[in-house]
Design a protein around this ligand. Structure first.
Ligand code: SF4
Length: 197
């Protein structure tokens, strides 16, 4: 009998590190591919289609994280929960292999509309969940959420010391990352429309 843990694959748009605009400290951030919410002025419209992206195994991602010198993981998208089983497997491995790391996850679903089993997994594997679709007219440029309808769920004590900063400080300064010779991304929470140049 093979006792090796199951290795899952996650389709992601891209990842980068060290990011300090999507949670406390230096973070490893990955954006999953695929989302059917179609929020008006979504910050990542290129991640909505499930076409494209690259599959990474949970083992590969854990190795990348170990080499990153970060102290936390932020999972965004796209919609991470359309790959819930694979994402949970990754978060489980983070808890095992990087036990000091904290975990933040963004979902476009409302926590209350999520299936009970998934909610229960989220509340054990995630330190901070930020839920709900992005509503452009409610972007008040505050906190780690894109718009004021989105709620914070602190499932553990780990990120509680940062609660005020995460909930009510101005959006953190965005960072630019080169993904390749041809692709650059701006990482962080999108500002309200009037602040775009
Ligand atoms: S839930 Fe997020 S990724 Fe999906 S459309 Fe809305 S803003 Fe874009």
């Amino acid at each position: 009998m093979n006792n090796k843990p199951l290795e899952y694959r996650i389709k992601i748009g891209y990842y980068c590190f060290p990011v300090n605009s999507l949670g406390p400290g230096n973070r490893f951030v990955l954006w999953t591919k695929g989302c059917n919410r179609s929020c008006f002025r979504c910050a990542s419209p290129n991640l909505q289609s499930t076409t494209g992206g690259v599959f990474y195994s949970t083992v590969e991602l854990i190795e990348l994280m170990k080499q990153s010198n970060c102290s936390g993981l932020t999972v965004s998208g796209g919609e991470p929960l359309i790959q819930a089983q694979s994402v949970f497997s990754l978060l489980q491995d983070v808890r095992i292999f990087l036990p000091e790391w904290d975990i933040i996850l963004f979902t476009g679903f409302l926590f209350d509309e999520i299936d009970n089993n998934i909610r229960s997994k989220l509340s054990t594997l995630v330190d901070l969940l930020i839920d709900g679709p992005y509503i452009d007219s409610l972007n008040d440029d505050l906190g780690l959420r894109g718009s004021s309808n989105q709620k914070y769920y602190f499932f553990t004590e780990r990120l509680q010391p940062f609660a005020k900063e995460l909930e009510s400080h101005p959006h953190p300064r965005r960072q630019l990352f080169l993904l390749s010779d041809e692709e650059m991304i701006s990482v962080g929470i999108a500002p309200p429309r009037e602040k775009y140049i």
